[in-house]
Design a protein around this ligand. Structure first.
Ligand code: NAD
Ligand code: UFG
Length: 337
């Protein structure tokens, strides 16, 4: 199949492009490179033995998006492009709504104009907000607690309305839990700009000597050791979930929503200790105040993805942090170095 991957130069996008190429698909990447580098795609080409076609286009450039779709005529889209920092979204809400929501509208218009009606969308477990029940099933109502999360809710709602209006659309909404790790080669991985917001990239920078210690945000949660619990998922398992979801909706039609997580929760200190084992050294940390907006525990019920797609995460937490460390130690300054 000919597949357009928006945001394909980014972290999850680049790993998915690699799996798509390996599976024999023809891949076109569009990305404005605002949070990524084309070097990721050079390395994907090196690993796959073939290249994805690349176009530097901005989601907000509506005529440019239309032209791109008319020129390339993909049969399906995997839509990763967008902004993802929770803290930044509170400071720049209009920028987040514009990029994520209006940008997705431009994409859908460009798709419709060339009769491309199959899309896999990157949603997030953050749409669940702070529910009482665990694990999180797809049936729980959305109640995002941040501007970033609400942009994901708006896009999901838009896609639900679109599917209801026209049954020829094929749509997968994928709610990811916490993506970590890197391709086993250590050639591609997560390359956050500035100070990492997320736990594993931060720990990796402590391990490689770019940061002094980890701040652990609170140790008084009702969890195994008082620190926050999350469902970490290996980025290559996540990429594989996209291929399976695309295949399913392309064959069966309609709109479907799936959680992509492992179903297991690990605390901050458990992840830190797993990383220490992977890198063979002790990593300093300090307990600090809770981070506003954080929930105590979040993990998936991934049984729908297993039942419908035959997908389940294959890589455990030790593999996730070992692969993340392999990437970080080989690329201490990310793609720049
Ligand atoms: P990323 O920042 O590495 O990738 C996003 C890509 O989109 C980048 O390459 C960036 O340059 C591009 N982009 C941003 N704005 C654009 C625009 N206006 N036009 C064109 N390209 C643009 O992020 P990621 O971690 O790979 O996340 C991919 C998707 O998955 C995002 O939609 C994100 O919200 C979602 N998601 C991520 C996580 C996570 O923790 N990483 C969790 C849940 C959901
Ligand atoms: N944490 C620390 N120190 C840090 C960073 C994080 O203690 O420096 C803790 C957090 O308090 C939390 C856990 O580590 O308990 C995980 O935090 P992350 O920031 O890595 O991940 P979140 O669960 O907060 O959020 C992530 C993405 C969201 C996404 C969500 C669900 O940032 O965009 O996963 O997919 F929506």
């Amino acid at each position: 199949m000919k597949i357009m991957v928006t945001g394909g130069a980014g972290y999850i996008g680049s790993h998915t492009v690699l799996e798509l190429l390996k599976a024999g698909h023809e891949v076109v990447v569009m990305d404005n490179l605002s949070n990524s580098s084309e070097e990721s795609l050079n390395r994907v080409a090196e690993l796959a033995g073939k290249k994805a076609e690349f176009h530097k286009v901005d989601l907000l450039d509506a005529p440019g998006m239309k032209e791109l779709f008319e020129q390339t005529r993909p049969e399906a889209v995997i839509h990763f492009a967008g902004l993802k920092a929770v803290g930044e979204s509170a400071e720049k809400p209009l920028w987040y709504y514009k990029t994520n929501v209006a940008g997705t509208l431009n994409l859908l218009d460009a798709m419709e104009a060339v009769d491309c009606k199959t899309i896999v969308f990157s949603s997030s477990a953050t749409v669940y907000g702070e529910p009482e029940e665990m694990p999180l099933t797809e049936k729980i109502n959305m109640d995002a607690q941040s501007c970033y999360g609400r942009t994901k809710e708006h896009i999901e709602d838009m896609l639900v309305d679109l599917a209801a209006s026209d049954s020829s659309w094929n749509i997968a909404l994928l709610r990811y839990f916490n993506p970590v790790g890197a391709h086993e080669s250590g050639r591609i991985g997560e390359d956050p700009s500035g100070i990492p917001n997320n736990l594993v990239p931060f720990i990796a920078q402590v391990a490689v000597g770019r940061r002094e210690y980890l701040n652990v945000f609170g140790n008084d949660y009702p969890t195994v050791d008082g620190t926050g619990v999350r469902d970490y998922i290996h980025v290559v398992d996540l990429a594989d979930g996209h291929l399976k979801a695309l295949d399913f909706v392309a064959k069966n039609g309609g709109l479907r929503t799936w959680n992509l997580g492992t179903g297991n929760g690990y605390s901050v200190l458990e992840v830190l200790h797993a990383f220490e084992k992977a890198c063979g050294k002790e990593l300093p940390y300090k307990i600090v105040d809770r981070r506003p907006g954080d929930v105590a525990v979040s993990y998936a019920d991934p049984s729908s993805a297993l039942a419908d797609l035959g997908w389940s995460a294959q890589r455990d937490i030790d593999t996730m942090v070992a692969d993340h460390w392999n990437w970080q130690k080989n690329n201490p300054n990310g793609y720049e170095g």
